[in-house]
Write a protein of this length. Structure first.
Length: 460
């Protein structure tokens, strides 16, 4: 079946074909590990995961790289402001390496909890400084840079098509340039590739230009090239990456080898909270742990994300989480009923359902439509193992871990009920010794034992 993805580069939905027949090569811009990931960040990785699962469902194998930005870059994308890692290190009174280790682990933990498949290659920027240096030297050799006393800049005016991804032009940017435009740059869209580290900068490396650290955009170009080559299939990130980060990755790759690195550029839209932006000052930056504290397991958040397509914004509210929680319970209950079902179902019907689901996911990962097929099966009054098997197949894409779902054992076994009855008789006969003996047995089995007017009540 054909696959269609919306490509930010061509601004249209296009048929997807991989460069190698069986293997799809993907690069995903990963997190900057200076704090816990919030649920907005995690939406980006849920999208990445759905993309992976859909490609696998279509029979592809994957070579997928995700970077971990553990070198500090500046708070704004445009080489301004404070270094995020340094800021965090100061906040927590640790060195930036400790900060990076701690929050990288926390991030990997979060994605595991959401049942997000880890990419085949997780590449830390600090472990790839050598390839970045090699990459930058080649860009210099090819004549795309200029240098000031402490920085090597990429000269975006050397490219005919700078701005190809977002459709912005250098001339337009000049017209709208702000007064605080860094005067050391020739063009407002130029950006730092290689920067001399100030004396007190902790993360720095000995390089051809002295003790330096790389510009943020460079790590993705260099690591993408190292693992996936000059040209690969898909590059993903958030919509916020389009105008600067990905534009600059494309510029760097063109300076390096004259090619746009990926054929497809796919971008996930933002999660809003109560219709607005998430921010610390509004106190609405939630983490997966905070959702758990409020009684929502991570898979509820996963299911909630399927109520929208990745290209649309999605609005987080606690009511929406309640609905997703109820929906997940219904889905699991419905699945269990099909597990016990004995009805025969026409193969043609199963095939039609499978096709409808497959068409939806291949239509630019249309999860709301795919979920409507799932709900049709759950609601079907005819219960059958054929439906159960189909749900398990769909779950390869949904990632709701249905196959491991078992109803919690809430029923009290017969022998324990008999013990309660014996204890009631003992108490009636004022046989306190026997009554205490049975109470101890029940407690050792993990019950709480309460004596009420109606007799003994036990609860696990
Ligand atoms: P960062 O660690 O800041 O580089 O962000 C990691 C990822 O989260 C990037 O792909 C961003 O595009 C994405 N992101 C940040 N905020 C949101 C949000 N509110 N909704 C969806 N994705 C987001
Ligand atoms: Zn990147």
């Amino acid at each position: 079946m054909k696959i269609y993805f919306y490509n930010t580069l061509t601004k249209q939905k296009q048929e997807f074909k991989s460069l190698n027949e069986k293997e799809v090569r993907i690069y995903t811009c990963g997190p900057t590990v200076y704090y816990f990931a919030h649920i907005g960040n995690l939406r980006a990785y849920l999208f990445m995961d759905t993309l992976r699962r859909v490609l696998k469902y279509n029979g592809y194998t994957l070579k997928h790289v995700m970077n971990i930005t553990d070198v500090g870059h500046l708070v704004s994308d445009a080489d301004e402001g404070e270094d995020k890692m340094l800021k965090a290190a100061r906040r927590e009174n640790k060195d930036p390496y400790e900060i990076a280790d701690f929050y990288m682990k926390a991030f990997l933990n979060d994605i595991d909890k959401l049942n997000i498949d880890r990419p085949e290659i997780i590449a830390r920027a600090t472990e790839h400084i050598d390839i970045m240096e090699e990459y930058v030297k080649k860009i210099i050799e090819n004549g795309y840079t200029y240098q000031t006393e402490d920085t090597i800049y990429f000269d975006t005016s050397k490219l005919k098509n700078y701005g190809i991804l977002s459709g912005k032009k250098i001339e337009d940017q000049k017209a709208g340039a702000r007064v605080d435009f860094d005067t050391r740059k020739k063009n407002i869209s130029d950006f730092a590739l290689w920067i001399k580290a100030p004396e007190n900068h902790i993360m720095k490396w000995d390089t051809f230009f002295g003790k330096c650290y790389p510009g943020w955009h460079l790590e993705c170009s260099a690591m993408g090239y190292k693992y996936l080559g000059e040209e690969f299939d898909i590059h993903t990130g958030g919509v916020d990456h389009i105008p600067i980060h990905h534009e600059n990755e494309i510029a760097q790759a063109q300076g390096f080898c004259g090619k746009i690195p990926a054929r497809f550029w796919m971008h996930v839209n933002f999660l809003t909270v109560d219709g607005g932006k998430m921010s610390k000052s509004l106190n609405n930056l939630y983490t997966i742990e905070e959702l758990k504290e409020r009684g929502f397991e991570p898979l509820v958040y996963r299911l909630f994300n399927f109520t929208s397509t990745y290209r649309n914004k999605i609005n987080f509210t606690w009511e929406a989480m309640e609905s997703a929680k109820t929906a997940l319970n219904r889905l699991r209950e419905g699945y269990l009923k099909h597990c016990e079902g004995t009805a025969e179902v026409d193969e043609k019907e199963i095939k039609a359902l499978e096709e409808k689901f497959h068409e939806a996911i291949n239509d630019d990962l249309n999860m709301p439509v795919a979920m409507s097929v799932v709900w049709d099966i759950i609601r079907n009054p005819i219960k059958s193992k054929a439906y159960k098997n189909l749900l398990l197949k769909f779950d390869e894409v949904l990632g709701l871990d249905l196959k491991n779902y078992k109803k919690e054992e809430t029923e009290i076994p017969k022998e324990d009920i008999e013990l309660v009855e014996k204890r009631n008789i003992a108490r009636k006969n004022k046989n306190w010794e026997e009554s205490d003996r049975i109470r101890d047995i029940l407690m050792s089995k993990g019950y709480t034992v309460k004596d009420g007017k109606e007799g003994t009540l036990i609860e696990k």
